[in-house]
Design a protein around this ligand. Structure first.
Ligand SMILES: [Zn+2]
Length: 197
């Protein structure tokens, strides 16, 4: 996949992706948004591009119409380079649960311009803006909409390694009750051949 420095993109896309800008999360901590993205020529290519044996790129960039218009299914698509690493973790999870893993719409990469995030009172920066988070709503025939399955699969995810963060089950801010949110933190990838200056 072609890599781009998002700072060199036209203003309409740059304003949505906000490469290198600082963004505050729900706890008031500040994080620098990713700058290096894969450029995906078409939605069709995203559907065909296997990141791992069981995950296509499309599954991790599926967004609804609340995504910024300049990004929403308009070719080319952009996704932070961390998405390939997220996919490897999801594949590990998939291997451990031994069943299909379903990612929600908006449950992979979302831009910082996504309206759902802008409307949320409990924070702005989330690992989804780094393509380092996934919301899983179903594993095999099991829907993750109750405490028991969410906590069971959260333990599976955490068993992969200490770098995995999962949101607790609950109905309050920062908790989930209808999916399992897992992430790798604010994972930033700087590919070879690109300068950070
Ligand atoms: Zn999430």
């Amino acid at each position: 996949m072609k890599i781009v420095d998002a700072l060199s993109l036209p203003a309409t896309q740059r304003d949505c992706l906000r490469p290198g800008e600082m963004l505050r999360d729900a706890r008031g901590e500040t994080h620098r948004l990713p700058r290096f993205f894969y450029e995906v020529p078409s939605w069709n290519e995203a559907k065909q591009f296997q990141l791992t044996a069981n995950f296509t790129l499309a599954e991790l960039i599926l967004v609804d119409c609340r995504e910024a218009r300049a990004l929403f299914r308009q070719a080319p698509l952009f996704v932070p380079c961390a998405v390939t690493i997220l996919a490897r973790y999801l594949q590990q999870f998939r291997n451990r649960v031994d069943g299909p893993v379903f990612i929600s719409a908006n449950g992979g990469y979302r831009s910082p311009a996504h309206q759902w995030d802008r409307a949320r009172p409990d924070g702005r920066a989330s690992a989804h803006h780094w393509a380092a988070a996934a919301d899983i709503y179903r594993v095999g025939d099991t829907w993750l909409d109750a405490r028991e399955p969410i906590e069971r699969y959260a333990r599976v995810a955490q068993g992969i390694g200490p770098e995995i963060f999962v949101r607790s089950f609950g109905h309050g801010p920062g908790e989930t009750d209808d999916h399992l949110h897992l992430d790798l933190g604010f994972l930033t990838v700087i590919p070879h051949g690109w300068s950070e200056a």
